[in-house]
Ligand binder design. Sequence first.
Ligand code: UDX
Length: 446
Amino acid sequence: MSVIAAKCPHIQVHVVDLNEKRIAAWNDADLDKLPIYEPGLAGIVSQARGRNLTFSTNVDQAIQDADMIFISVNTPTKTYGIGKGMAADLKYIELCARQIAAVSKSDKIIVEKSTLPVRTAEALKDILSSTGNGVKFQVLSNPEFLAEGTAVEDLLNPDRVLIGGERTPDGEEAMQALHDVYQNWVPTERILKTNVWSSELSKLTANAFLAQRVSSINSLSALCEATEADVDEVARAIGQDSRIGSKFLKSSVGFGGSCFQKDILNLVYLCRTYGLNEVADYWHQVILMNDYQKRRFAQKIISTLYNTVNGKKIVLLGWAFKKDTNDTRESAAIYVADYLLSEQAELVIYDPKVTAEQVYADLDYLNTRSEAENRSLVTVVKDKKEIFDQAHAVAVLTEWEEFKEIEWKSVYEKMLKPAFVFDGRAILDMEELAGIGFKCFAIGKG
Ligand code: UDX
């Protein structure tokens, strides 16, 4: 919404949320306090805030004033009932729709921005058109393809914008209205129009394909380690094939983030609902491979440290699910830490953007052990200078640039010997580390 406001000074953008604390943070004069860390975002917000971009908790007023409403609430995986652990929980979407239906006094275009299972727009339309007060709604699907860490760049220069709508005159008119918003900065040929269900399904499919590439290369990282091949060399060689392409072939300790797992589970659930069990199994394997990769990395640490990490100090570098974000949702680091803690390791965790509260909240959420145990076994530090003293091992879990700049020679001197480094992102210079004296392991390097 901030990018839309920045690019369209003639459009008034009102962002509303029930959460007062979050809205206050969006309004904070200190741009370092925005609730989300994204490179370039503070500049965009400061450009538009107070001009044609506002943040408030006045939800009803904003609904009444709007010609177009973007619904951007979360759609987490259900934790209860039918579809538990698989299907998307549409509670918040439905509550939004009911509130919009209750307070609207004029016709509106409703844009689904949240990622939703196929045919959700239909449900939205049902709720919205049952008010009996004569107000007309058009529901569009406009899935968001930005990736975190590069969100602003992706929004300013998207590969494509997808707009799904009803293929009726009213539907076409609504699609054109949204098209006109994006056209202020996106070339027309990159704005695609389609029907609502194809649009909804495209988002799930895009994420499933991207995650599948990571799981595919990660599956081969295990084979590379067993056969003395180098997964990055394999990725480089296949990436040169223009049919395959070079992106999303970086082997890792496992993909994380709020989207991949959730959207694939959603796809799997949809397929099962339609009786397409073979299709469901096929996509589910992408998740199972990712679970295997996280487990495999933790087991590698344990087996290398002579089959016990009990009481051993292990430094984890990185907690975010990727670099340049403070988002930790489904981060591989959480699961690797959990395995190591179950073996009674003592963890010291450093991430340049993630707070200690967040690390503890992520571990507590798993419910594997008590909150007190998590706090006694895990120390979270703000500065990585002093953390290597007497450590048995260091594991890199997020590919932050600053980890490449570490003075490994002085780290080596501080650690217990033999000193181990486990590189879950294959970003360090293994030859240099081995030269210093480290015993090293990097994902996918045989
Ligand atoms: C993803 C999609 O890319 C985006 O289009 C969609 O809108 C939301 O979901 P995001 O989750 O923000 O975006 O990040 P992404 O860059 O896709 O990375 C996801 C995970 O895959 C990260 O944990 C990342 O480290 C991992 N990854 C990515 C790899 O392990 N290897 C790769 O080659 C690429």
